[in-house]
Design a binder for this molecule. Structure first.
Ligand code: TUI
Length: 314
């Protein structure tokens, strides 16, 4: 049994959070992960508050365990979404792609545990000062919008910089990753990519097949030119996008236009031509579809064996 402060803080059995992935992490996936003893997280993504309210209500019918909602702060709906989360008193809020400081007090007043995703020590310090209960420190191995740092160097530096619990994310997909994260000073992990192929994850089968077939070098980072680097699987579309980014003849407007709707095209339509299939560098490790409960059980068993005795010290 791994004893972790994050389990006590969030009232969960295992120190495993499921990333709040846009167009992917809905109430069904989140409820399955929470029922399995982790923390399931619904993505509020770019959607309206009506969608979010319906997702929260559905999650509450599917599980009595705690769950979270991720707010993508670049969404034009973020201010309205923030209010709804306080009204609905969801157990946990995570945030991404921006500074959540202005909302933290409102959420805490509603009894919500607030856990921002941070890409650097400076952002971790900032949200800790603003009252965050914990942080998710996410390295650039992860899928989606990423910062500059990688997990191995980021986690111990964030752990030393703040006195709230640190959860590691980016490049973690099995019990070895969980054990390593704990060794670096984290008290739990967040995983996105592995949960893409969970049975309860409702994305298009083309998306799951791409993850299952991926090798270690099959992701690419695009979007740096527009200031929003995003890691996703290499496809004809993302390679071509990358080439266009380094072509000065091509305007920023043209690049922005190509990216619009690409996440939805991948997750909902499985569109091999125009979709952006977000996944992290750990995709190459993921070879089988399982239920969320099977994944969590396997990860816990593997990490407990590793942490019980190492071969390095006699
Ligand atoms: O947010 C993510 N991953 C995402 S968001 C997303 S949707 C999107 N689509 C196109 C462009 C951008 C986003 C897809 N994947 N992960 C969490 C994360 N947060 N990564 C990096 C950050 C972050 C960055 C800056 C958090 C805070 C931050 O603060 C800046 C500041 O104000 O100090």
């Amino acid at each position: 049994m791994i004893e972790s402060e994050i389990c006590r803080l969030l009232d969960i059995r295992y120190p495993i959070l499921q990333g709040g992935m846009a167009w992917i992490a809905d109430s069904h996936l989140a409820a399955a992960v929470s029922e399995a003893g982790g923390l399931g997280i619904i993505s509020a993504m770019n959607a309206s508050v009506e969608y979010l309210k319906e997702q929260i209500d559905t999650a509450r019918t599917l599980t009595s365990r705690p769950f979270g909602v991720n707010v993508m702060l670049m969404s034009p709906h973020a201010p309205a979404v923030a209010e709804v989360l306080a009204e609905k008193k969801v157990p946990v809020v995570t945030t991404g792609a921006g500074n959540p400081s202005r909302y933290i007090q409102m959420w805490k007043d509603a009894g919500i545990k607030v856990i921002p995703v941070v890409p650097s020590v400076a952002t971790a310090r900032m949200v800790a000062r603003a009252g965050a209960d914990a942080v998710i420190a996410e390295g650039g191995e992860s899928g989606g919008h990423i910062g500059e740092m990688n997990t191995m160097a980021l986690i111990p530096q964030v752990c030393d910089a703040v006195d709230i619990p640190v959860i590691a994310a980016g490049g973690i997909g099995d019990g070895r990753g969980l054990a390593a994260a704990l060794m670096l000073g984290a008290c739990g992990i967040q995983m996105g990519t592995r949960f893409l192929v969970a049975s309860e994850c409702g994305i298009h089968q083309n998306y799951k097949n791409k993850v299952l077939k991926a090798s270690d070098i099959d992701t690419i980072v695009t979007g740096r030119r527009l200031g929003h680097p995003v890691r996703s699987l290499k496809t004809r579309f993302t390679r071509e996008y990358s080439r266009m980014e380094s072509d000065s003849e091509i305007s920023d407007e043209k690049l922005e236009g190509l990216a619009v709707g690409a996440l939805r095209l991948a997750a909902v339509d499985g569109d091999n031509e125009r979709g952006c299939f977000i996944a992290g560098e750990i995709a190459g490790l993921i070879k089988k579809e399982q239920t969320s409960a099977e994944m969590i059980r396997e990860i816990m068993e593997q990490s407990e064996i590793l942490l019980r005795g190492t071969k390095w010290v006699k």
